[in-house]
Design a protein around this ligand. Structure first.
Ligand code: ADP
Ligand code: MG
Length: 438
């Protein structure tokens, strides 16, 4: 039925679309009138879901002679399991009471495909050291940084390396930990729960910030931590913020988190973003000109997940339209990734800049040219253009009647400076997040 359905689709669809989206899809199984179709990546999944779910359902229903619904999942044929979607990973870590956690590791997160740059050099080195000598380098290792900067990747890389040494490794998010604990309490299985966690050589807990404020989870984790640490077992934690910024974390846990080494990951600079794009394009077997990589890297600044998404999208557009990857194509492919114009008010940008830089609105729109005011004012101009989509004269207007050449100068200066000045880049990202709410 599957082959027949594919054959039918091949006749109905343009060849390029079929080759890109459908050819490599596979029927994983049909169960309870649900057909699970595996595809290579999340982008293909979304594309198929929005355009072809109905068609697949219709065709399969016809060939199977019974009504089916279809569901697309990201799936790698060579891996044992369907991976990568967080909800599916949870199901692997739950309920296998044999004490073996290794199956929750994502195979493709490895050191050798992690691009090292100034922003993550320390974190990478610390993780490599821990993977080489678990419990004898830094214990615990506490990794923190914003979303999409590679924390989960590094945790799995440690896990994969340690597994290859024959060690027992368990990777969980702190939410899994909490849920499993709650389950264990409910089913009176806390002994098995403890046994499972405390028998690991390497325990990797992702996004530990979520245990803050949860008393019983903190209590249990405290004991797990102590047991493992006393037995010289490695603990690695990741978080979106440093221990001292986890406000509702118990003091005794905070101090333990700081026993070993705490390292941060910063947003990548331009050079690293280009290197990451180049490495991803190469792995996808694609030749992308340097100026195009630079163009993408300049537009996507905040995190690496978005960078990857942008590249995947551009490659897909190029395949689908059968066109080479040009600046024009990049612009079209990324158009809907970039923020909507009308939703950002210049006033909101001024307020957020004022808050982040500690300068009043009056000063920002006023005449003061001292650096403490001029720099934030230039940042406001830059962001009004970048995320507000305002024209140069509109920006000049919003900031107390400034000339458009002044605005243009400011925009270019800030664009250039955030590539070199980490602190400024963080401040600008901070304003962006406040304005866009993400
Ligand atoms: P976090 O856990 O910090 O939110 P992730 O580890 O999930 O971030 O990273 C997001 C995506 O970016 C992943 O697909 C990861 O493989 C990729 N990534 C992050 N940092 C790097 C890097 N330095 N080199 C290559 N890929 C990276
Ligand atoms: Mg993560």
């Amino acid at each position: 039925a599957w082959q027949a359905a594919l054959g039918q689709l091949q006749m109905e669809m343009p060849k390029a679309s079929f080759d890109t989206w459908v050819r490599n899809a596979e029927l994983i199984r049909v169960e309870n009138n649900k057909a699970r179709i595996g595809v290579q990546n999340a982008y293909a999944r979304d594309w198929l879901e929005s355009r072809l779910a109905g068609t697949f359902a219709r065709l399969l229903t016809g060939y199977l002679d019974s009504p089916v619904e279809v569901e697309f999942v990201v799936w790698h044929r060579d891996a044992e399991h369907e991976s990568a979607a967080p909800s599916e990973i949870v199901s692997h870590s739950n309920g296998n009471g044999n004490g073996n956690g290794n199956r929750c590791l994502i195979d493709r997160y490895r050191f050798d495909n992690f691009v090292v740059g100034a922003s993550n050099r320390m974190a990478h080195a610390a993780c490599v050291a821990v993977a080489e000598k678990p419990a004898h380098a830094y214990n615990p290792l506490f990794l923190y940084g914003g979303v999409g900067l590679g924390k989960t990747h590094l945790l799995h890389a440690i896990g994969n390396a340690a597994t290859e040494k024959g060690l027992q490794v368990l990777y969980v998010s702190s939410e899994d930990f909490t849920n499993e604990l709650i389950n264990a309490i409910r089913t009176q299985n806390t002994l098995a729960f403890r046994e499972r966690y405390r028998s690991m050589d390497v325990l990797l807990i992702d996004d530990i910030q979520f245990i803050a404020g949860k008393e019983s989870t903190q209590e249990e984790f405290f004991h797990t931590f102590n047991t493992l640490h006393n037995q010289e077992k490695q603990i690695v934690l990741s978080s979106d913020r440093p221990p001292k910024a986890m406000v509702t974390l118990e003091e005794r846990l905070r101090s333990r988190f700081e026993w070993g080494l705490t390292v941060d990951i910063q947003p990548p600079d331009l050079e690293t973003r280009i290197a990451i794009l180049r490495s991803k394009a190469m792995r996808a077997g694609r030749e992308v000109p340097m100026d195009i990589l630079t163009l993408i890297a300049r537009q996507i600044q905040s995190n690496i997940r978005e960078l990857e998404g942008a590249l995947t999208r551009i490659l897909a557009y190029s395949d689908l339209s059968n066109q080479p990857i040009t600046a024009k194509l990049v612009e079209i492919a990324l158009a809907d990734l970039l923020p909507q114009q009308s939703t950002v008010e210049p006033g909101a940008i001024i307020t957020a800049v004022g808050r982040v830089f500690g300068v009043s609105r009056e000063k920002l729109v006023g005449r003061d040219r001292s650096r403490e005011v001029a720099l934030p004012r230039q940042v406001a101009m830059y962001l009004m253009r970048e995320i507000g989509g305002l024209s140069l004269p509109q920006i000049g207007e919003a900031l107390g009647g400034r000339d458009h050449t002044t605005v243009l100068y400011a925009c270019e200066k800030i664009a250039d400076q955030i590539e070199r000045d980490d602190r400024l880049r963080r401040q600008v990202l901070n304003v962006r997040e406040q304005v866009l709410g993400r």
